[in-house]
Structures are given as structure tokens and as C-alpha cells.
Design a protein around this ligand. Structure first.
Ligand code: SF4
Ligand code: SF4
Length: 417
């Protein structure tokens, strides 16, 4: 992975034009120069020039949602999110990571049998720590909990986890793959929190003639670790995933998570391409990755059953990692046209939901303020259902709608097909 100093030339391309200010969700909420790409790049440049910036510097680089709005609007194509990831990795290398964060990350991303047992015990004791909600399915923390915080709506943990389900274990290999040999990359959001997305992904693919395999041994995509600055853990889990999937010789590897998709397609190259002997393996792996909506529309020309659209009104939220980094925005909308719902767009559908970059954990209040704007736009759309294509966005939008008393269901696109 490139070191922060290797980005110096790119950082110096910033001409301070301020275009990024008009699109940054954190600047829009905090209203301070330190919270936009221009301010963050100025701080990083000062750091590279030898200034000791301490806690203030850490705050500015960790309160970026990595949404990429600055990158796609920048006339000089400065990839600020990638530079921020490198800055976080450098900070952790120099100063270390708090022991609790490090332990939690390693336990969740590379789960040992003991961790799984601990998660299962925690799931059984959930009523001690959480209360149920009347409208949205989920739990609200009763008091301030590590990682979760207080008052946050979280989905009930999957029980059992998606990859541990007996019928999913049986899909580790397929005798007849159908139209194409396709593997499913599950991701943590689906595995631990929203397994129904995984079930629907398999169902919709089977309907379209693809008997997808779900390899056992796959792990987290690595972005939570990298977002926290732990590039070594990220590297390890990324390598593990390549080892697991390359044994199969898949034609395509699909995922229903926009963040996993962006990580598998793009960030794997950033982190692993310089590793000895990895360049070709990384190229071969990343070239097979497709988002489920991209695969269904572009490869399979998916068609739904003809209906009279009486199920209700659906709107769509663009995940940053799908639209900005993968250029996928038409495909999910086309799929919604194939659903039994009437489609109605919302204002600013591609505005960040506030979850990304770990901001939801490092500054929950900021994250929820960003999400509040999204909740207002969803309410104004009058939709009964909000569809999106990222489990992370789903978790965040459910929480935001709960706190703003907006009674719209939040689902993944595949759940409506
Ligand atoms: S848009 Fe690009 S060049 Fe302009 S201030 Fe922002 S980062 Fe710098
Ligand atoms: S990635 Fe998003 S939050 Fe971070 S500086 Fe760019 S626009 Fe702002």
C-alpha cells in the first residue's frame, strides 16, 4: 500500500478552488473548513511538511465519511478518500490504535470460535441491553454500549449467522451452476445483521438461471479495518478472500453490498498490488467482481413478472460506494421498474447517508445529523418503501427514519424482486 508521502504530488495538485466544499456532507453539517476535502488536504500537507498536529489532526481525518463526493467533483481528480485512508493508516502506525478498538476489529473480522460463541451469548442476552421498536424491526440500545452507543437502532443480530446456516453451507459448491459459474461474496452486514438480503440474492439469481455458490471460509472485505487505520488486518483478510475464491475459477463474483463491491473492485488494488507476486492475482480477482444490480441488469437482462404496481410507492437511495466509485445508478432503478412497486425519485438521492468511513462509530451525532437530511428527503418523497443496495446504508437509514418518525420501510433492491 502506498505510504502517505507517496500522495504528496497528488495533494499538491489542489488549487484551493473550493469546488469540493459544495458537495461535502461533513462540511454541510459542521460548517468548518477543516471538514471538507480542501481543509483536510491542507492539514495533511502541513503534517507532511513536519508539523506536529496531534488530536486535532486525527479528528479531521477520522470525521470524513469517505463518500467520494469531493473526488468526483474535483477538477484535478484528487482522490481525497484514498489519501484519507492512507493518512489514517500512517497515524495508527505511528501512534497505535486504542486496545479495545483493535481487539473488536480483529475479533469481528477474523472470527475465532470463541468470538462466535461470545456473539451468540450476547444475542441471547439482547433484552438486557436493548428494547424492541414498534414499527421498524430492530433493537434500540437502552444505555451507552461499547461500539453501539446509546439510543441507536440496530437490526437484531442474525441467529444463526448467514454463513453458518445449514442450507447455505450446502451451497459451498454446486453441481450445476446454470447459465454461468458465479460465486457470492457475502460481507459482514449480510452475514451478521441482514441475512434476508443474502437469501433474496440467492433466490433472485436462481430465478434468473444462476445457481450461485457461497464459499465457506470467506471473511470481511477489510474496509472496516482500513477505515480505522489498521492496514495490516485489512491486508490479511483481503489475501484470505482471494485465496478462498480463486480455488473455484468463477466467471463472476457477485456481492449485494455496495461497500464490499467498491472494496473488492478498487481498494484491493490499492492495498495489495505492491505485495510481492500479488499483482496478477489481484487483477484476476477484482476483474470478476460485480454488484448484484449490475450483474442482473448488464449480464442477465433481468425481467420481473408483469404487475399493476399496487404494492406501494418505492424511492431509491444511491449508496456512495455504488454510484460514485462504481458508476452504478441506472441498474438498481431499472430493477425497481421490474418490481411490483411504483417508483418515485427523491431529492438528492446520491447524498451520503452519513454512515461511511467509520463516522457512525467515531462521531455518532455527526453521522445522524447527516442522515437527518436524508430522512427529510425520504419523508417528502411520500414513499412507503426506501430501496437501496448497501446493507450499511440500510442500517443507517433505518436508524435515521426511526429517530425522525418516518414510517417507511428500508430494504435492499433484491428484496423487492
Ligand atoms: S475541488 Fe479539488 S482542487 Fe478544488 S479545493 Fe477541492 S480538492 Fe482542491
Ligand atoms: S470523502 Fe466525502 S466527507 Fe470526506 S472530504 Fe470528501 S466529500 Fe467530504
Amino acid at each position: 500500500m502506498k505510504e502517505l508521502k507517496d500522495y504528496r504530488e497528488e495533494i499538491e495538485r489542489c488549487v484551493r478552488c473550493g469546488t469540493c466544499r459544495s458537495v461535502c456532507p461533513t462540511l454541510d453539517t459542521v460548517r468548518r473548513e477543516s471538514h471538507c476535502a480542501r481543509g483536510r488536504l491542507t492539514m495533511i500537507e502541513a503534517y507532511l511538511n513536519g508539523e506536529e498536529l496531534g488530536e486535532r489532526y486525527l479528528k479531521y481525518i477520522k470525521e470524513c465519511t469517505l463518500c467520494g463526493a469531493c473526488y468526483t467533483s474535483c477538477p484535478n481528480e484528487i482522490n481525497t478518500p484514498e489519501i484519507i485512508l492512507s493518512a489514517r493508516a500512517e497515524y495508527v502506525k505511528k501512534k497505535g490504535m486504542p486496545a479495545f478498538t483493535s481487539f473488536t476489529l480483529k475479533s469481528l473480522l477474523e472470527p475465532a470460535p470463541l468470538t462466535k460463541l461470545a456473539l451468540k451469548v450476547a444475542a441471547k442476552l439482547k433484552s438486557l441491553f436493548f428494547k424492541s421498536t414498534p414499527f421498524e424491526s430492530g433493537l434500540v440500545s437502552r444505555f451507552s454500549l461499547p461500539v453501539v452507543g446509546e439510543g441507536r437502532l440496530v437490526p437484531e443480530p442474525a441467529d444463526p449467522f448467514f454463513l453458518d446456516r445449514a442450507h447455505i453451507r450446502r451451497l459451498a459448491t454446486r453441481e450445476d451452476y446454470g447459465r454461468m459459474k458465479v460465486g457470492f461474496f457475502v460481507g459482514c452486514g449480510v452475514n451478521y445483521l441482514l441475512p434476508s438480503i443474502g437469501e433474496h440474492t440467492i433466490r433472485v439469481l436462481e430465478k434468473a438461471g444462476i445457481n450461485v455458490a457461497v464459499p465457506q471460509g470467506q471473511v470481511c472485505c477489510g474496509i472496516p479495518a482500513l477505515s480505522m487505520g489498521d492496514s495490516e488486518t485489512a491486508k490479511r483478510v483481503m489475501m484470505k478472500n482471494i485465496e478462498v475464491f480463486e480455488q473455484y475459477g468463477f466467471d463472476r463474483i457477485v456481492t449485494s453490498c455496495a461497500t464490499c463491491g467498491h472494496t473488492l473492485k478498487d481498494i484491493f488494488k490499492v492495498v495489495l498490488s505492491d505485495e510481492q507476486g500479488m499483482k496478477e492475482r489481484v487483477e484476476a480477482f477484482t476483474s470478476k467482481i460485480m454488484d448484484i444490480t449490475e450483474f442482473l441488469v448488464d449480464e442477465l437482462d433481468y425481467r420481473g413478472e408483469k404487475t399493476d404496481k399496487r404494492a406501494g410507492v418505492v424511492t431509491y437511495h444511491d449508496p456512495c460506494h455504488l454510484r460514485r466509485f462504481q458508476g452504478i445508478s441506472e441498474q438498481p432503478r431499472k430493477l425497481l421498474e421490474e418490481s411490483p412497486y411504483e417508483f418515485r425519485g427523491m431529492k438528492n438521492p446520491c447524498r451520503c447517508c452519513g454512515l461511511g468511513g467509520g463516522v457512525s462509530f467515531t462521531n455518532y451525532e455527526l453521522s445522524m445529523k447527516i442522515a437527518g437530511r436524508k430522512a427529510e428527503n425520504i419523508k417528502k418523497s411520500g414513499a412507503d418503501v426506501v430501496a437501496t443496495a448497501c446493507p450499511g446504508c440500510i442500517v443507517q437509514l433505518k436508524d435515521a427514519l426511526y429517530h425522525h418518525d418516518v414510517k417507511a420501510r428500508v430494504v435492499h433492491v433484491v428484496e423487492l424482486l
